[in-house]
Write a protein that binds this ligand. Structure first.
Ligand code: COA
Length: 160
């Protein structure tokens, strides 16, 4: 049996911390779909297609990872793809309450789908996309936080 896992997020933009989670997930599950989803409480800097392109470029080297985007409910996408696992990263205790709430809501909506939490490397504990956007906006160097193509996209977006 093939186990398909969905790793959802806003990915505005994808960072090395997200890639660490993807790398761990691809070693556990047969297939991983990185899903660029929407969080209704966020107004992203990059459009959905731009975020998807950045994710695609970051995962193209992985045979069992692909990327997609979707506007609806995460559980609907997960079911549509016949995936049974949702992967989320847990960086610190501060992530827990929000993640717990989402995992239980998704379980109420689709009991056959299990949320699995993976812990990224501790060197990424502090990292998030807002920080990357802010450092970049203020002219700082984000090369240790994101892949080179994301750095380029940030520069282009901020120039434009
Ligand atoms: N490394 C670095 N940063 C990480 C990280 C990691 N391993 N894991 C999470 N983050 C950061 C993200 O960059 C993001 O930072 P930001 O807030 O500064 O942008 C933050 O932690 C959490 O964001 P993310 O992982 O992208 O999740 P999210 O909270 O934006 O995404 C969705 C939530 C998209 C999964 C959720 O809203 C969803 O499922 N939407 C679809 C609609 C739906 O089904 N809603 C009901 C859900 S119960």
């Amino acid at each position: 049996m093939t186990t398909i896992a969905v790793y959802p997020g806003t990915f505005d933009p994808i960072t090395n911390g997200h890639l660490d989670v993807i790398h761990r997930a691809r070693e556990i599950f047969d297939q991983v779909i990185v899903l660029v989803a929407s969080n209704t409480s966020k107004s992203p800097m990059f459009g959905s297609e731009e975020r998807l392109d950045m994710v695609k470029a970051a995962v193209k080297k992985y045979r069992n990872v692909r990327a997609d985007n979707f506007e609806g409910l995460l559980v609907d996408f997960t079911r549509k793809k016949k995936a049974t696992v949702i992967v989320r990263g847990l960086r610190a205790l501060s992530d827990f309450e929000y993640e717990f709430q989402m995992a239980l809501t998704n379980r109420k909506l689709a009991g056959e789908i299990t949320t699995v939490f993976l812990v990224p490397h501790e060197k990424f504990t502090y990292l998030n996309s807002s920080l990357v956007r802010e450092v970049s906006r203020l002219g700082g160097n984000v090369s240790q936080f994101v892949p080179p193509h994301v750095m380029k996209a940030l520069r282009k977006k901020l120039r434009g």
